[in-house]
Design a protein around this ligand. Structure first.
Ligand SMILES: CC(C)(COP(=O)(O)OP(=O)(O)OC[C@H]1O[C@@H](n2cnc3c(N)ncnc32)[C@H](O[C@H]2O[C@H](COP(=O)(O)OP(=O)(O)OP(=O)(O)O)[C@@H](O)[C@H]2O)[C@@H]1O)[C@@H](O)C(=O)NCCC(=O)NCCS
Ligand code: ADE
Length: 292
């Protein structure tokens, strides 16, 4: 039987599911799956993401519980306990999507955030916990991850894209983002989300697309580099800047440019999947910060 505090902590997993659903629903997202089209993806659509999200809901509950179980203990052990859950969740995702990778990045990122948030809430005996505290815990949980899995990796076969891209370009991808406590979210996208929400005139859909553009102009998205190269990543940064300079989702001209950008990305087969993931992470931190 859960007591009041534990029931409250369990709502963290609902926020993770909401973050997944908000991310895929925001439209139009250049090159990504959304309510309007499949973006630069032949093998998945909006409904694939619904199936995947539903399949992951139990996983987030388990991560929250693990965070509670490991409160007051070594954060690195909490991370190790999560990895088995993450691998099982990836299997559940692939089963629900007939083998398509919809949420691999978010299984990793949101799983860690769920566990870190519940762990911090238990340790601080508080009903809410701020983003900096959760991110500091995440850094402790994952410290040494890049060195262990990228710098001193000693396998030469069966490398994931993330591992190959580190070897080729030195990009740390999602591991670097997590180990540093999500600096791209804390420094760029979360302040933009909070500012746009405080204006109280914009629809949440347009706010989310605008936040995505801000992410796309700075994020070292290994998903783009895996399909293309560093030049294409620079092109995405440049293009996102141009659209934001015209106002993005905040002006009629900017909105026109976002639709044009979607067509151009589909034509060029560009999918900013890493930025989509960080959009969901941004939403998650915002929802957690409103929990009190
Ligand atoms: C630790 C792992 C998650 C790392 O996996 P990997 O070595 O593959 O690492 P990365 O490539 O660096 O990243 C994995 C996914 O993270 C997303 N991502 C990339 N860059 C960033 C970034 N800068 N910030 C945030 N997130 C980022 C990205 O996910 C999105 O893309 C996915 C689609 O990818 P894919 O199918 O490869 O690409 P497509 O182009 O669509 O394929 P084709 O159509 O061309 O065939 C999608 O999922 C988005 O979410 C990266 O893909 C992992 O290996 C691991 O350890 N897993 C075990 C589970 C675990 O430990 N869990 C821990 C529990 S907390
Ligand atoms: N909406 C989306 N479209 C394509 N890849 C994604 N990865 C995470 N969200 C995505």
């Amino acid at each position: 039987m859960l007591n009041m505090d534990e029931r409250r902590i369990q709502t963290i997993s609902q926020k993770a599911l909401q973050a997944l659903l908000y991310e895929v629903s925001a439209s139009p997202k250049p090159g990504l799956v959304d309510r309007f089209n499949q973006g630069a993806h032949a093998d998945m659509d909006f409904f694939t993401f619904m199936s995947s999200s539903a399949a992951l809901s139990n996983y987030f509950d388990h991560c929250v519980t693990e965070g509670v179980n490991y409160s007051g203990q070594n954060p690195e052990e909490l991370f190790q306990a999560l990895r088995g859950l993450g691998i099982d969740a990836e299997k559940a995702m692939f089963k629900a999507t007939d083998g398509v990778n919809t949420h691999k990045g978010l299984v990793f990122s949101l799983g860690i955030i769920c566990a870190a948030a519940s762990c911090c809430m238990m340790e601080n005996e508080s009903e809410s916990v701020d983003t900096d505290t959760i991110c500091a815990k995440i850094s402790l949980m994952t410290q040494g991850l890049c060195m262990r899995e990228l710098t001193f990796m000693n396998k030469s076969e069966g490398l994931t894209f993330g591992e190959k891209l580190y070897q080729k370009y030195g990009l740390k991808g999602i591991r670097g983002e997590v180990e540093s406590g999500f600096p791209t979210v804390r420094n760029y996208s979360l302040p933009v989300l909070k500012k746009l929400k405080s204006m109280q005139t914009l629809h949440i859909n347009d706010i989310l697309v605008q936040v995505l553009l801000h992410l796309m102009r700075v994020n070292e998205d290994t998903n783009i580099v895996a399909r293309h190269d560093l030049k294409t990543l620079k092109f995405v940064h440049y293009y996102s800047n141009q659209v934001l300079d015209s106002g993005g989702m905040l002006t009629p001209k900017g909105v026109e440019m976002v639709y044009e950008m979607d067509k151009e990305f589909i034509r060029r087969n560009i999918s900013p999947g890493g930025s989509a993931d960080l959009l969901a992470v941004t939403v998650m931190f915002d929802l957690l910060s409103q929990m009190n």
